[in-house]
Every structure is written in C-alpha cells, then in structure tokens.
Design a protein around this ligand. Structure first.
Ligand SMILES: Nc1ncnc2c1ncn2[C@@H]1O[C@H](COP(=O)(O)OP(=O)(O)OP(=O)(O)O)[C@@H](O)[C@H]1O
Ligand SMILES: [Mg+2]
Length: 347
C-alpha cells in the first residue's frame, strides 16, 4: 500500500511567538516501488515533509498513513523499519569502532541471530558498494564517499520498503555522487524499493526520478513526470528553481531546429535526440535570425535534396529560415567552397 498524505499541515513551535507553518494542506500519494524526486527552494518544506513519512514529525493537522497505518497510531518501531530515512550528511552519525558494527547498529537489538545479522550487513554493504574488506576498518579511516555509503547501508540494512533520502549527494564529488546514485538506482530497480529523493541537484533528479514534486512555501505546486515538470520553466522560476541546463540548450536549439524534441533531461537522451534530428545533415552555419545569402552560405552538393524526411549529404547545411527548395540542388548545383561551411564553426 502507498504512503498517503491527506491535508497535512505542520507548524514548528506551535503556540509560541515563533510559530512557523512549514507545510500547508498537502495531499499526496506515493505508490509502492516508485522513484519520486522532491525539489524546492531552501526553506520550502522538503525536509519537514519527508520527516513525516517515518513519524519523526507528527502532523499539526491532517494524516499520514504508511501501508494503511497512520503514523499517529503508535507502532513507530515497525514504521521506521519500513521507512528508512537517510538524513543530510548521515556520516556525521557514524560512531562505532568498525564499519560492520555501524551498519549493524540499526538491527542489533531486534532479536536477529548472529548469522542473520551478518547476512544482512553483507547484503547492505554490497548494495551500496562497500567491499567486505572494509567491514573491519574504522569508519573514520574511510573516504567521504565511503563514509556516506556506510551510513546509507546502516539504513538499507533494515531492508526498508521505502528509502527516503535528504540530499544524499551533497558535498560529494561527481564520481562519489554518481556511485551513490548507481547503488540507489539498483536498490530501486532490482529490489523494488520505493525511493523518495530530496535534492537541489536538478540533473540528479532528472536522471533518476520518474515523478517530480515541486514544493514551494509548504505547498506542492507541481507534480508530474520530470519531462513535464522541467518543461514548465516559468513556473519553476516562480518557485525559485531552474530546470537542468540541458533544457536551456535544447530550447535554444529548438529555435534552429523546430522539429527537435525538447523533452531531454540528460546527456544520453540529448545524444539520441541530436542524432535523430541532425544525423542526416550538419548544423547550419548561421542562426536563422541572420541568414547569409544562399550563394555564400549554402553550398549544396550535386544531389542534395533538403527535406525533413530525406537525409541530406554531409556538405548540405540547412537553415530553417532559408529553406532550400526540394529541387534546388538539381537546378542550381553549387560547388563546395574550400572551407566547407559548418565544418569548423558552431552555429
Ligand atoms: N527545527 C525547526 N524549528 C523551527 N523552524 C524550522 C525548523 N526546521 C525548519 N524550520 C522552518 O520550516 C521551514 C521549512 O524548512 P525545511 O527544513 O523543511 O526546508 P527545506 O525545503 O528542507 O530547506 P533546505 O533546502 O534548506 O533543506 C523553513 O522556514 C524553516 O526555517
Ligand atoms: Mg532540507
């Protein structure tokens, strides 16, 4: 059963002069096995929302139910086994003598036998890419990225149904971040763990989440697949966010190539789309706003028909604003100049 949030309102320091309403009437359902990204400007309420999923915070009004059980109904131990919450900089909470003990900490007093504890620790370590050879080391001997993964393993060891992570990549270099996300993605795709990821990094969200929630001032203001949410640039900007840079590049490219699909969120999709759109022809040598006369800029090879569907030979740049008639190459073949247009220059 899903995580269901109904009309959730939460205020910090209720009934004090410092009372601050951080969540305002949130309705939300998160399906089992999904991968949800939560974005929003600083102070918008992301961390406050996710702390309701495992009962760390209780609603001021409204309800949160997990697997059909209200978080306000007691049974917090069982709830926290199901909903693993990884805080920002979780490695600050490492304290045991060995990596093994640190990972095992969360299940140590749950009545599992020694063998079961060991098996779970090995599974959790493997799930986050910590080799067995590190298990007897002190966590303080590890690199920052390894410490982070040990801390995540300390949550994964409980084999939660929902893994909720608050900025798991922050402070890591790109390689360390990618490693963490590769392991989290595997937990999601191979074990069906529902991942709820809070991040300020739009690229990470675009790459991994299948659904994106945008929070602003304690309210959900957008909810949808990443390609839809990131296409709503003006609304994102109103919420203090901007889409991944690749979206800006593709919006600019669309001015040159109207047929290009802007729903591109990462480098792999960008490469596919560019190949689809541009493979048969080269980039134009000038943007449509400043077309150069065809005689100077558009060398067309002898048999170069130009159309959306027909491939154009290598030497035939195409300007959207100055389309070459279908028969142009046949009626007016132009020899290629010495330095072929489009070969070295960007549009
Ligand atoms: N312990 C607290 N006591 C009082 N107010 C708090 C507390 N924690 C957060 N707030 C306030 O609640 C609002 C939401 O904070 P929250 O930490 O949920 O935002 P966030 O979206 O996670 O921000 P960030 O991106 O900076 O982590 C903010 O106005 C914040 O100042
Ligand atoms: Mg936060």
């Amino acid at each position: 059963m899903p995580i269901r949030v109904e009309n959730l309102t939460f205020a910090y320091m209720k009934k004090s002069p410092l009372e601050r309403e951080a969540l305002r009437g949130i309705d939300l359902e998160i399906a089992d096995g999904s991968f949800v990204g939560i974005i929003g400007r600083t102070g918008s309420g992301k961390s406050t929302l996710i702390q309701h999923f495992n009962g760390l915070l209780m609603p001021t009004a409204g309800t949160v139910t997990v697997d059909g059980v209200s978080t306000a109904g007691g049974g917090l131990r069982e709830l926290r086994r199901k909903v693993g919450l990884v805080f920002q900089f979780p490695e600050y909470q490492l304290f045991e003598e060995t990596v093994f003990k640190d990972i095992a900490y969360g299940i140590a007093r749950r009545g599992y036998g020694e063998e079961e504890v060991r098996a779970r620790v090995l599974r959790a370590a493997d799930a986050v890419g910590i080799p067995e050879s590190l298990l007897q080391k002190s966590p303080f001997e590890l690199s920052g990225g390894q410490k982070r993964r040990v801390a995540i393993a300390g949550v994964v060891v409980m084999e939660p149904k929902y893994l909720v992570m608050d900025e798991p990549g922050s402070g890591l270099d790109p390689v360390g971040r990618d490693e963490i996300f590769a392991h989290v993605s595997r937990l999601h795709s191979e074990l069906g763990v529902c991942v709820i990821l809070v991040s300020h990094n739009m690229e990470d969200i675009a790459r991994h989440a299948r659904r994106v929630l945008v929070i602003d001032d304690g309210r959900i203001v957008m909810d949808g697949p990443p390609e839809h949410v990131f296409a709503r640039v003006a609304e994102l900007e109103r919420a203090g966010l901007r889409p991944p840079d690749i979206q800006f590049l593709f919006r600019r490219l669309k001015e040159l190539f109207p047929q290009i699909d802007c729903n591109v969120l990462n480098a792999a999709q960008a490469a596919d789309e560019l190949e689809k759109c541009l493979r048969p022809r080269k980039l134009p040598c000038s943007p449509p706003s400043a077309p150069v006369p065809a005689s100077e800029s558009a060398p067309v090879s002898e048999s170069a028909p130009v159309s959306e569907s027909a491939p154009v030979p290598e030497s035939a740049p195409v300007s959207e604003s100055a389309p070459v008639p279908e028969s142009a190459s046949e009626s007016a073949p132009v020899p290629a100049p010495e330095s072929a247009a489009g070969e070295g220059g960007a549009p």
